[in-house]
Design a protein around this ligand. Structure first.
Ligand code: PAF
Length: 282
């Protein structure tokens, strides 16, 4: 695997390649990232991964400074997995050589709901850096995990609206044996919090099961918030939405088997976790 830090070196490595598959990450790689790279390998060649902790998607009160930067370990893991041909690991001066004052602003209906309500500039930051990374790597295919469900939808919408010639492929959420979705932020959890953390997924499963049993969405969303609070979490949202646009489904839509997704975000101690589960009633 070649590790490159500049756009020029990256372009040198990729000259003449016609079907690059790309996996953008912020590093601190775990098994879920490695499975994204593995999926990428099935859709293109060569596979390029990037590691860049993108300041633009962090609010001033968020964990940009603490975000784990583990490049040497990440490189080892990628070498061992043998799926990636080039790792692009630019520093901030390379990717943001001047203040980034041209920015992508996702439509409010998608970018300002759910995560966007609690992290107002998050999707602006993500879309802007993903567009920049796409322009550096020029991939034919890019792989994103479903754990960041709304991010995946924002990236898809951006590609569609800007007619970017990049096919976006989704990878299922990878979970630990107890159900906790893998995330770099799990490493912030102390042992007690780690033991509690799978309850978030349990809750999503409960909401799914109860909707299938005929209970109403509003009721279950409110109950879900209460359940988390009682267990000591600070929830931002528990929301049942349509898969296609993340809008709220009507009772008729739910009954008719509209594809749904239940999404939740909540803080456990100082760690904010998100998760989601796709289902339909039928
Ligand atoms: O999901 C992530 O790791 C980041 O949001 C991404 C897509 C790499 C953009 O910085």
């Amino acid at each position: 695997m070649k590790v490159v830090h500049t756009i020029e070196e990256l372009r040198d490595q990729l000259r003449g390649q016609l079907r690059v598959a790309f996996v953008p990450t912020m590093g601190n790689l775990h098994a879920a990232h490695l499975s994204l790279m593995h999926l990428a390998r099935q859709h293109g060649d060569p596979v390029v991964a990037s590691i860049f902790v993108n300041r633009l998607q962090f609010a001033p009160n968020e964990d940009f400074d603490q975000y784990p930067r583990t490049l040497a370990e990440d490189v080892e893991k990628l070498e061992a997995a043998r799926d990636v041909y080039v790792l692009f690991a630019p520093d901030e001066r390379e990717l943001y050589p001047e203040p980034q004052n041209f920015r992508i602003q996702p439509a409010e209906a998608l970018g300002k709901i759910l995560e966007g309500e609690f992290r107002p500039d998050f999707f602006m930051g993500v879309s802007t850096v993903v567009l920049k990374l796409f322009s550096c790597v020029q991939p034919s295919v890019a792989v994103f995990g479903k754990k960041d469900y709304q991010q995946l939808m924002v990236v898809r919408a951006m590609c569609r609206q800007f007619q970017l010639p990049v096919e976006i492929i989704a990878h299922e959420t990878v979970r630990d044996a107890d159900g906790l979705a893998l995330s770099s932020r799990n490493r912030y959890l102390n042992p007690q919090e780690r033991a509690e953390a799978p309850q978030l997924y349990r809750l999503l499963q409960h909401v799914r099961d109860e909707i299938r049993a005929g209970r109403g969405v509003d009721d279950l969303e409110a109950e879900g918030m209460q359940t988390l609070k009682k267990r000591g979490w600070v929830p931002d949202y528990v929301a049942v939405r349509r898969q296609r646009d993340l809008g709220s489904p009507s009772t008729d839509e739910v009954a008719a088997g509209e594809p749904l997704v239940v999404l939740a975000a909540a803080r456990l101690g100082r760690t904010r976790l998100i998760d989601n589960l796709e289902f339909q009633r039928g």
